[in-house]
Design a protein around this ligand. Structure first.
Ligand SMILES: NC(=O)c1ccc[n+]([C@@H]2O[C@H](COP(=O)([O-])OP(=O)(O)OC[C@H]3O[C@@H](n4cnc5c(N)ncnc54)[C@H](OP(=O)(O)O)[C@@H]3O)[C@@H](O)[C@H]2O)c1
Length: 373
């Protein structure tokens, strides 16, 4: 019954989500389950009232609750609460995943701090687990399949025992790695792929400079570029020089002792995965006709023109085809996800603190459950 009530409250509190983004701007959402503190918009209030009348009888048939990390208001790591939440239900084109592991990304920290103000919110965009249930139009997966998925920015939901995803955002998990390593892949590897392959058109024999080669995105970018036959130059601090070498970097650069612009010139591609001044210092190291892809903010058009190069920002998005390609590369031994820490779901605050340092080696992953026997 507790699960039924949760489910009803969550459904009602999520009503503004079904409306357009203008409505989201107007409506300041409340923390459930305090219905007395409803927002001011009369239309939304009426909608919620009707929903309460409609949903309460259905609540009796609702799913049991699940454990999840729930955010009820923006703030520091302390707003990440481990509690009961309703198990999500897959739509026709969605699958319900029993989550084994979920990765933490820098964007999760921004979301927790206020990038998304839709509450209650279960954050998390990277999951690996087992298909529990499929929607009626799902053709790619069946119950029991081991999968991994990149949950959309809008939906979130990864830090939980169950998560739903569109089938087009999921793929069969690589068979050669465990769930913790699989969860580390989707968002970071997809970002690296979309930057290097889709945006920059990387090809064999080219030279690429990767800023932040030891991080979540960078560690995949290095390996994708090597697998494509590129020469790779990458930056990281002293402590991560060993990792850059292990990943196959041809020219590792310790940014604490060496300015990359003193030792690099005429690269075909720069992938900037670092904040700060690295982008501003990168224009001069790219050969004419080359390209900068920056995932931390777009390049300056005036600088691009001055140096005769092109450039672009990137907003990564889920794409199952990339996950399928990644699974092949991982199972072929060409790419290995780097996971520097696995923490239980309840220690999510500690995981966020680590990610917020901007000095994480590879990925931090939350262990959600053991594989059922
Ligand atoms: N646009 C998009 O769609 C998109 C997608 C994913 C991520 N991002 C953004 O891209 C950035 C990287 O993401 P991520 O997941 O890879 O982050 P991350 O895992 O936290 O990466 C941190 C890495 O950056 C390195 N680093 C820090 N300062 C550096 C510097 N000055 N020079 C070179 N390396 C440096 C660190 O190495 P050391 O510890 O050795 O310093 C660490 O290994 C984040 O800001 C994230 O928000 C954007």
């Amino acid at each position: 019954m507790v699960g039924a009530i949760h489910q009803a409250v969550w459904a009602i509190e999520s009503i503004p989500l079904l409306l357009n983004s203008e409505a989201l701007d107007v409506v300041e959402m409340t923390n459930w389950p305090t219905l007395n503190s409803m927002p001011r918009s009369p239309s939304i209030n009426s909608l919620r009232f009707i929903a309460w009348i409609a949903v309460l009888p259905l609540a009796a048939a609702a799913q049991p609750p699940m454990k999840a990390i729930v955010v009820h208001s923006s703030g520091g790591p302390e707003v990440l609460k481990y509690e009961d939440a309703p198990r999500p239900q897959p739509k026709d084109d969605e699958v319900l995943i029993r989550v084994m592991a979920a990765a933490v990304n820098p964007v999760d920290v921004f979301i927790r701090e206020g990038r998304i103000t839709r509450f209650p919110l279960i954050p998390g965009m990277d999951v690996a687990g087992v298909v529990e249930q499929t929607g009626s139009k799902v053709t790619k997966f069946k119950r029991g399949d081991a999968v991994y998925a990149y949950l959309s920015f809008e939906k979130q939901g990864g830090y939980a025992e169950f998560a739903v995803t569109k089938q087009d955002h999921a793929a069969l998990k690589p068979t050669s790695i465990d769930f913790e390593h699989a969860a580390a892949v989707p968002l970071a590897a997809t970002t690296a792929w979309q930057a290097l392959i889709d945006k920059a058109g990387l090809s064999a024999g080219q030279t690429v400079l990767i800023h932040g080669g030891s991080g979540g995105v960078g560690s995949f970018a290095v390996q994708i570029a090597k697998a494509r036959g590129a020469k790779v130059i990458a930056t990281a601090s002293t402590a991560n020089q060993d990792l850059l070498k292990q990943l196959g970097v041809d020219q590792p650069i310790d940014y604490t002792t060496t300015k990359f612009e003193d030792v690099v010139k005429d690269v075909d591609i720069v992938l900037n995965a670092v904040r700060g001044d690295t982008l501003a210092r990168s224009y001069g190291v790219v050969k004419k006709g080359g390209i900068i892809v920056s995932i931390t903010g777009p390049p300056d058009p005036a600088q691009l023109e001055k140096y005769g190069i092109s450039g672009t920002g990137l907003s990564a998005y889920p794409d199952a085809k990339i996950l399928e390609e990644m699974a092949k590369l991982i199972d072929a031994g060409k790419i290995t996800p780097i996971v520097s820490a696995v923490m239980p779901l309840v220690e999510v605050a500690k995981a966020h603190q680590q990610i917020a340092s901007h000095h994480t080696r590879g990925k931090v992953v939350l262990k959600v459950a053991e594989l059922p026997k």
